[in-house]
Design a protein around this ligand. Structure first.
Ligand code: HEM
Ligand code: HEM
Length: 146
């Protein structure tokens, strides 16, 4: 059966759940979700689904502030480039297994941009206490895609 593109919130949720199914068991990054963040998946899935619904379907259901929890994580377990590389590998593989099309490509491309931005900001932070961080990015109006 040919794969279709990401069309609905339910598609976003399916993608997110499939990704976390992998990420939580991953030998490189799984422990960060399970042991460090002690992620409550049922609380998290609706938020991250909204994040992708906003980016891919223009829903505005996500209100921003994605960086901050990563700064907090970074303070507990230094997030390195290799963690982001593995995150992106799992994400891209999951997208490609389930969907094909323009939005599927955008899901991969935007994840790369965000990962790069997060990594850059974390490296810049160094060992700064995230409690002093008040610079959550809230700008979601952007120009046309390059
Ligand atoms: C349909 C167009 C787009 C939408 C709806 C969108 C939406 C978003 C959202 C909701 C976030 C999270 C912001 C937060 O949590 O505070 C984000 C982050 C980001 N986006 Fe996009 N985006 C779009 C296009 C683009 C394009 C074209 C680029 C670059 C060429 C881009 C680069 C980034 C980067 C670098 C971040 C991470 C910022 C950071 O926290 O450091 N986005 N975007
Ligand atoms: C090493 C890589 C990463 C790790 C270990 C990681 C881990 C986590 C964890 C544990 C949370 C949940 C925090 C909590 O609610 O307790 C979270 C939230 C989130 N992550 Fe990541 N993440 C990574 C990379 C990324 C990337 C590349 C993106 C975007 C493409 C992303 C997007 C988000 C978003 C949108 C949230 C929800 C923030 C909110 O609650 O509004 N993460 N991440």
């Amino acid at each position: 059966m040919p794969l279709h593109d990401i069309e609905t919130r339910a598609d976003c949720e399916r993608l997110v759940r499939a990704f976390y199914g992998r990420a939580l068991e991953d030998p490189i990054i799984g422990f960060i979700f399970v042991d460090v963040a002690k992620l409550d998946l049922e609380a998290h899935v609706p938020r991250i689904t909204s994040f992708w619904e906003t980016i891919l379907l223009g829903s505005r259901s996500y209100s921003g502030g994605a960086f901050r929890p990563h700064a907090e994580l970074h303070a507990k377990v230094r997030l390195r480039e290799g963690h982001f590389t593995q995150w992106l590998n799992l994400w891209s593989r999951t997208v490609d297994e389930l969907f094909a099309g323009e939005r599927a490509e955008l899901a991969k491309a935007h994840a790369h941009r965000v990962a790069q931005a997060f990594l850059g900001r974390l490296q810049h932070l160094g060992s700064t206490d995230p409690a002093s961080l008040t610079t959550g990015v809230t700008v979601i109006q952007r120009g046309p895609a390059a």
